[in-house]
Design a protein around this ligand. Structure first.
Ligand code: DSN
Length: 419
């Protein structure tokens, strides 16, 4: 039996975890930033490495007893460098936001200018949004997508960069269904002497699988979380590329100092061990196949949703996610999220570009295929899922929701979580 000690010692926590396991077993997890990690990753996460303090870096720790901790962190670093083809990585970031914060600490002084994709157009809070540290302690300006096409307007990005002269540009998104042209971003960054940081948190698994062009030849810095398409534990990797070192040879040292002692204390070495395991998994040929299927599934789902009269931002997808504008369906993103959750489909309400409605009650939903592809689902299931979503969103009555809930359970039973 799993978690036997936990059950004996703290049945309340045990019960809650069991309930969450049951919920996941029976539901379609379609939040595009989530995934199902392997039991090997979970075992590393719950290992005794969690007990150890290791402030500092391999070979230069502030605590004794770090012989094996150094080994695990070096192994993780080496795997990350090889997989992402970069000369330097820091694997200590607790998650995506602290990792991005370390980039600010390394290359900007408070008050200096950053340019990022507007949150309302699909960016991230840490790319300069005003309620976040990045928009509070730094001077932020934004680019976005074209209202007609839903695509990043690179000419506009260039125009804004030339006018605003940011010192740091973020390329990356949380709700952008299309490929990002990192080469063009680098040309824009060079035209104003800015650092380019590619935040590939959403797409890093696709980059490794060859389904999205890598930013490594173009960006100076790359950040990624490790728990999205990369399918690892929660965590982050910060990378400095060859061109980052060519621009400033002290950049690796600046990143290390920004993470520790600048921002964080002891690294979570159990988390770093989990990242090392997921990087080994991501280096296997089956992961290339996984990435391919994530995109194929997402494109099939998009096609089937369009057949059912869903308006998709940018009219489709190149990656793992879909952003649907529900205004023609006369239902809010929030209502759709709630109804679909009752039907066993978990996704999230999301602002669409130029959304007339407020962020708490936006006009869209964001959904994706990383987790359902991990379960082994394919084309046939995508057709069914599009039909489930359409029926729930269109009919909205208890009977339909209950009927779809049963069908979702059946589908999930055919594709059990393997752990
Ligand atoms: N919260 C993440 C997402 O859902 O996209 C981004 O950090």
């Amino acid at each position: 039996m799993k978690h036997k000690n936990l059950q004996n010692q703290d049945c309340k926590v045990y019960e809650i975890i069991k309930n969450e396991e049951e919920r996941r077993k029976d539901t379609l997890e379609m939040i595009p930033s989530e995934n199902h990690t392997s039991s090997a990753v979970l075992e590393a996460l719950s290992s005794i490495l969690s007990d150890k303090y290791a402030e500092g870096y391999p070979g230069k720790r502030y605590y004794g007893g770090n012989q094996y901790i150094d080994e695990i962190e070096i192994l993780c670093q080496e795997r990350a460098k090889e997989l992402f083809k970069v000369p330097f990585v820091n694997v200590q970031g607790y998650s995506g936001s602290p990792a991005n914060m370390a980039v600010y600490f390394a290359v900007l002084n408070p008050g200096e200018k950053v340019m990022g994709m507007s949150l309302t157009d699909g960016g991230h809070l840490t790319h300069g949004w005003r309620v976040n540290f990045s928009g509070t302690y730094y001077n932020s300006v934004f680019y976005g997508v074209n209202e007609e096409t839903g695509l990043i307007d690179y000419d506009k990005v260039e125009e804004i960069a030339k006018r605003e002269k940011p010192k740091l540009i973020f390329a990356g998104a949380t709700a952008y269904p299309r490929l990002i042209d990192f080469k063009r971003f680098r040309e824009i960054a060079d035209s104003v002497g800015a650092y380019l940081c590619a935040d590939i948190s959403h797409i890093s698994g696709l980059v490794i699988a060859g389904e999205h062009p890598s930013p490594a030849p173009f960006a100076h810095l790359i950040t990624t979380t490790t728990h999205k398409t990369l399918r690892g534990p929660r965590g982050a990797i910060i990378m400095v590329t060859e061109s980052g070192i060519a621009k400033d040879e002290s950049l690796p040292e600046k990143i290390n100092r920004a993470v520790f002692p600048g921002l964080q204390g002891g690294p979570h070495e159990n988390q770093i061990a989990g990242i090392a395991v997921c990087l080994k998994e991501a280096a296997s040929p089956t992961f290339i196949d996984y990435g391919k299927r994530v995109v194929e599934n997402c494109q099939k789902l998009a096609e089937e949703m369009k057949k059912r009269d869903f308006n998709l931002v940018s009219d489709g997808t190149d990656n793992h996610l879909i952003l649907a504008d529900l205004r023609n369906k006369e239902i809010s993103g929030k209502e759709a999220q709630n109804l679909l959750e009752k039907a066993g489909i978990t996704l999230n309400k999301n602002a669409i570009p130029f959304d007339p409605n407020p962020p708490a009650n936006p006009s869209g939903i964001r959904l994706g295929t990383p987790a359902i592809t991990t379960r082994g689902m394919g084309e046939e299931e995508m057709i069914e899922i599009a039909s489930f979503i359409s029926q729930v969103v269109t009919e909205r009555d208890e009977g339909t929701v209950a009927k779809i809930r049963e069908k979702v359970k059946k589908m999930c039973n055919k594709f059990p979580l393997s752990r």
